[in-house]
Design a protein around this ligand. Structure first.
Ligand code: SF4
Length: 484
């Protein structure tokens, strides 16, 4: 894959109108077993199997604190909008029970996992006041040795309960990476998405001396937001580059008001046309590359000295439920409502809904609602899809040896056949040892990935949306959640 963006505009338009998935998971939750009666036992089987086989391989812990102070209208995360500090504390106490469950398991088995990464996600963990955050960290210390962490990151919503001075507090707590969900700096766009965080607000954090205490600053940027223009997007990227964040994630907004009712706050007519959307992608990619950023996968950028760039060069980059990782930790233990664990060939997900999450823990069960033990075929296809998203190319021989497949072309004959339109359009090439996307094809790796998603082609439960599952839908009913 080259970095140049010599693209055929008309061709991209043809594919841009087709919906597709971002494949942070494979298979998606619609294929998992959603069984309240058996999920906790299967979640325990997953952790037992992991402990038996991990042999000290590094593990990441992801914590999901599910509250935010204000609803961003574009959001697709599992969140509850509440400023009720007592409710925040109550969920932290529930999460402590979940952590205690794992501490007890590790003590009983005598196996302490090699936890090397910790991520504070959500929701907005930065709305926690310092004493509640300290309680959260003390709870995590039951299973995490902070001195051994290679990475510890937090999502910061700069608008609420977090002044720049709080950066020193986070650094003192052991956090060495911070992430801001900036999205856009245009006033009209910020108002339309109900998230006003102007550049002056971000500068307050990044100009603070405490910035030097963090290895990395990440910005999340969205394009195709309501009222966003190509020029406005360009100005946002130019302003962002002045801040010199180590990592930037520039993603296209998914608009699914049928699944996320708050997305009804704006109309699809207010969003950029297909042509403008393609142009935004081109503009931001060109500006980032020109500013010296490495392309990481198809939608991330990192400065050359950042660990993402080093992982890309070393070929260890990995895709997961959080987006990308350096590949240091492949397995993830998820803690908190809706959190997903990826352990070996298992996926396990906790209840989204707070009452059920709490009740399960009160019964001293893991609060799992769904799970999947992936087959070798699932794992192979996941790797192929992730390779499309990370590198835009599949090393056939490597896939054969890693997954015990004798002949890639034969095993995936039907899948390769589904790529014929992409081959004809010059978006992909089938070479003897490599299946690769061209520069134009890598702009949108979703279509090539879909050819290998067997659930889109007759196997399993058909899905119209990755989160189209019972509990997932209900999770966006705020009243139901808060009633707990
Ligand atoms: S702060 Fe983040 S998680 Fe919360 S509503 Fe906004 S986008 Fe969603």
């Amino acid at each position: 894959m080259a970095d140049s963006q010599s693209v055929d505009f008309e061709l991209l338009k043809k594919y841009a109108v087709r919906r597709g998935s971002w494949y942070t998971l494979y298979p998606y939750q619609a294929q998992w077993h959603e069984e309240p009666d058996t999920a906790p036992a299967n979640a325990e089987a997953a952790i037992d199997e992991y402990l038996d086989t991990a042999n000290g391989s590094p593990l990441a812990v992801y914590t999901h604190f599910p509250f935010c102070e204000r609803q961003c209208f574009f959001c697709q995360c599992a969140t509850v909008i509440s400023r009720d500090k007592a409710m925040h504390r109550r969920v932290l106490e529930d999460m402590r029970r979940e952590i205690e469950w794992y501490a007890d398991k590790f003590a009983k088995t005598g196996i302490q996992p090699n936890i090397r990464e910790l991520h504070f996600g959500g929701g907005s963990p930065s709305i926690l006041n310092e004493s509640d955050f300290e309680y959260f960290v003390e709870s995590l210390k039951l299973v995490v040795d902070f001195d051994k962490l290679d990475e510890c990151s937090i999502e910061i919503d700069p608008r609420f309960n977090v002044a720049p001075d709080k950066l020193d507090f986070y650094a003192d707590m052991g956090i060495d990476r911070i992430s801001f969900g900036v999205q856009d700096f245009d006033e009209k766009v910020m108002r339309a998405i109900n998230r006003v965080n102007p550049p002056e607000m971000i500068a307050g954090f990044l100009d603070h001396p405490a910035r030097k205490r963090f290895q990395s600053v990440n910005f999340d940027i969205l394009y195709r937001l309501p009222f966003q223009t190509v020029d406005g997007h360009r100005e946002t990227i130019e302003r962002l580059i002045e801040f010199k964040p180590e990592r930037v994630n520039i993603c296209q907004l998914g608009h699914r008001p049928d699944v996320f009712p708050h997305q009804r706050a704006y109309r699809s007519e207010d969003m950029a046309s297909i042509e403008e959307t393609i142009e935004m992608k081109e503009v931001s990619t060109a500006l980032m590359v020109e500013a010296g950023y490495e392309r990481i996968g198809f939608d991330h950028f990192a400065l050359p000295e950042d660990s993402f760039s080093k992982a890309k060069a070393a070929g260890t980059l990995h895709r997961n439920a959080m987006g990308y990782s350096t590949g240091n930790c492949i397995d993830i233990l998820g803690i908190g409502p809706s959190a997903i664990s990826t352990l070996g060939n298992w996926y396990v997900q906790n209840y989204y809904m707070l009452p059920q999450y709490r009740d399960m823990l009160a019964e001293q069960d893991l609060p799992a609602i769904r799970y999947l033990r992936c087959t070798n075929d699932d794992m192979t296809r996941r790797q192929i899809i992730y390779d499309f998203f990370m590198y835009g190319s599949i090393d056939k021989r490597q896939i054969e040896s890693r997954f015990g497949i004798s002949d890639f072309d034969q095993y995936f004959a039907a899948d390769i056949g589904r790529l014929s339109e992409l081959f004809e359009d010059g978006l992909a090439e089938d070479l003897p040892d490599v299946l690769r996307l061209t520069d134009s094809g890598f702009i949108n790796p979703r279509h090539a990935s879909e050819a290998f998603d067997t659930f889109l082609h007759g196997k399993g439960v058909p899905y119209a949306h990755s989160r189209e599952v019972g509990d997932g839908r209900k999770s966006f009913d705020r009243k139901t959640q808060i009633a707990g």
